[in-house]
Design a protein around this ligand. Structure first.
Ligand code: NAD
Length: 560
């Protein structure tokens, strides 16, 4: 039998969203047509084949085209998100804000009245440039391009090793104003995270007093069975089509990665079976999710996505994504260093100091957990350094130093102080110092929504390339989520990209292409050339124009 706590979090259709959706996007193109709830689109992908002449070293560029077909299910699925670490600062903030938005709550602080919003979520609050209409630049909301869920549609539950109810968790996190907490209290108080698994060696020892809500016993295979039951029960209870398990629990230390332990899916399953010490809680959660057909996302820095997990995801046709939410200091770094290097300025040293006072900071005050975070923060400028061999001829990037200190008094209001020193023209130096107050959980929670919403969307898209007859899903390592992650895990043999606007463009251009809109190339040729009046791509659309939105609204109406 289910505990009574889940009933208040059943999804409701968000009125705001339906209103915002009133503006439909009609795609008038012969390369797009709708068949029931399926959108078909054809897209010509232009890229360069590159090779270097061995003798002369000269670079040969051969433009190529690829013929992509996309097939998209326009009907968002009924989706539940299970947060590991539900009772933490991110977990309680993410759930509380969904409830506040569903109920259109407003609350007073000493600054005035605030209303619930989804600022900081790319899917809900960012717009995408489609072009110039002759008078003005036209941008549409990201969530007008293809039908996607709103965070308010997500059904949220989860686990925590601490048994505080979600009202207590909100109070403990010190994120929301008391006037909002009071309104949320009746919705949150009855929700208690499901018991979880705690292997003390993986998170900081200073967390041990939190561990009072545990699945009994010490058998990892019994734990796996129990977590799988939890997922199944959640899915059945809410009649879900899609479940996403997302780790927003404490940062673990890295696990070893080696043959016999977790190099293949079978090794990992066998390691759980023989109760191997080195299998972490996050690995057990990932295996449970994948075996239940749920996607798994890692919002923390530890290396959960070992090769055995990736292989298991492939076998079970689910996505995995990670690692570590890119929410504050690293997000700025991934935009700023790209900007400096693209300007031809040479960052020589980046010194990043943080202090924070929430439980995340407390956990990171121990060496092995700090080390996980340090690793995930450290590689974020690598792609930008590699992009410019004029500034970095030997490929050696800037000195990069990362410090994190635990200062309880500042709570969730993390202070990130960064100093960037660049070599500039003629031996000069430019030093940029920055003080960034990152309200940590208010920056991270919108990323949790986006990760879930775009994973759900990605599972509705299939492609076929260059005349291939079968349609297939994207790679099981869903690297298009990289924009939300500090240390993106990518398919083997593909490059890691961290530069923020490149990631944003990859995301928005992909989804516009899938929607059948020829992607805005950013060339802006119409402004510096004499462009004749454009003509439509083809003479007549294959099918009558059908607003994609109508299907989305029907589908969402069905969610209630
Ligand atoms: P938090 O400490 O407030 O929350 C973590 C929760 O996880 C706690 O309630 C804890 O009891 C619980 N927990 C620990 N081990 C567990 C287990 N095995 N099973 C279930 N629950 C478990 O931390 P937070 O501020 O919410 O951050 C969560 C994670 O997200 C951290 O790892 C942090 O490094 C990462 N992260 C946060 C941000 C951000 O807040 N801006 C950015 C990037 C990454």
């Amino acid at each position: 039998s289910m505990p009574p706590h889940s009933s208040p979090i059943v999804s409701q259709k968000n009125k705001n969203r339906v209103e915002a959706k009133a503006q439909a996007l009609l795609v008038d193109s012969p390369f797009t047509h709708r068949e029931g709830e399926t959108l078909h689109s054809a897209y010509t992908y232009r890229r360069n084949a590159l090779s270097r002449d061995a003798a002369t070293g000269s670079l040969k560029v051969t433009p190529q085209v690829h013929d992509f077909r996309f097939r998209t299910n326009l009907k968002p699925s009924r989706t539940g998100v299970m947060l590991v670490g539900l009772g933490g600062n991110n977990g309680s903030t993410a759930l509380g804000a969904i409830i506040a938005n569903r109920h259109n709550m407003s609350w007073r602080s000493r600054e005035g009245t605030h209303t619930a919003n989804y600022f900081g979520s790319v899917t809900q609050a960012a717009t995408v440039h489609l072009g110039w209409d002759g008078t003005e630049q036209v941008y549409v909301p990201f969530n007008d391009i293809l039908p996607i869920l709103s965070p308010s549609d997500l059904i949220v539950d989860g686990w925590d090793i601490n048994g505080a109810n979600m009202y207590e968790a909100m109070l403990r996190s010190k994120v929301f104003e008391p006037t909002l907490i009071d309104q949320l209290r009746p919705h949150m108080e009855s929700i208690v995270p499901k018991p979880s698994i705690y292997y003390p060696d993986f998170i900081a020892s200073n967390q041990s007093d939190r561990a009072n809500n545990l699945i009994p016993g010490s058998s990892k295979s019994a734990h796996l069975t129990r977590l799988r039951e939890d997922i199944r029960e959640f899915k059945q209870k809410h009649d879900l089509e899609t479940v996403i398990v997302l780790w927003t629990a404490n940062t673990e230390r890295f696990t070893e990665v080696r043959a016999g332990l977790n190099y293949t899916a079978d090794e990992l399953l066998a390691s759980i079976e023989r109760n191997e010490e080195e299998v972490s809680p996050s690995n057990v959660f990932a295996v449970a999710a994948i075996l239940e057909g749920a996607h798994y996302i890692n919002g923390s820095p530890q290396n959960t996505l070992v090769p055995g997990i990736v292989q298991l995801a492939q076998r079970n046709n689910v996505f995995v994504g990670g690692d570590d939410f890119k929410s504050g200091q690293t997000k700025i770094k991934s935009a700023l260093v790209d900007f400096l290097v693209s300007s031809g300025l040479k960052p020589e040293s980046i010194v990043s100091y943080n202090h924070l006072g929430n439980n995340d900071g407390k956990n990171l005050s121990e060496q092995r957990q700090f080390r996980s975070k340090e690793i995930s923060k450290a590689s974020v400028v690598d792609d930008m350094v590699a992009a410019n061999h004029i500034l970095y001829p030997d490929g050696k990037g800037p000195d990069h130093c990362i410090v994190i200190k635990y200062v309880p008094f500042v709570g969730d209001s993390k202070r990130a102080m960064d100093e960037y020193t660049c070599s500039i023209f003629m031996g000069g130096k430019q030093t940029i110092s920055m003080h960034n107050t990152c309200e940590d959980s208010l920056l991270a929670s919108p990323l949790i929504y986006d990760l879930a919403i775009l994973t759900e969307l990605s599972a509705r898209i299939q492609y076929s390339a260059d005349g291939g007859v079968t349609y297939q899903p994207f790679h099981e390592v869903l690297s298009l989520l990289s924009i939300f992650l500090k240390a993106p895990v990518v398919p083997e043999g593909t490059p890691v990209g961290n530069a923020f606007m490149r990631q944003f463009n990859a995301l928005t251009k992909l989804f516009t292409a899938v929607a059948g809109i020829s992607s805005d190339s950013d060339l802006q040729l119409e402004f510096f050339s004499k462009l004749p009046a454009g003509k439509a791509v083809g003479s007549a659309p294959l099918t009558p124009k059908t607003p994609v939105k109508a299907v989305a609204d029907e589908a969402l109406a069905g969610l209630v």
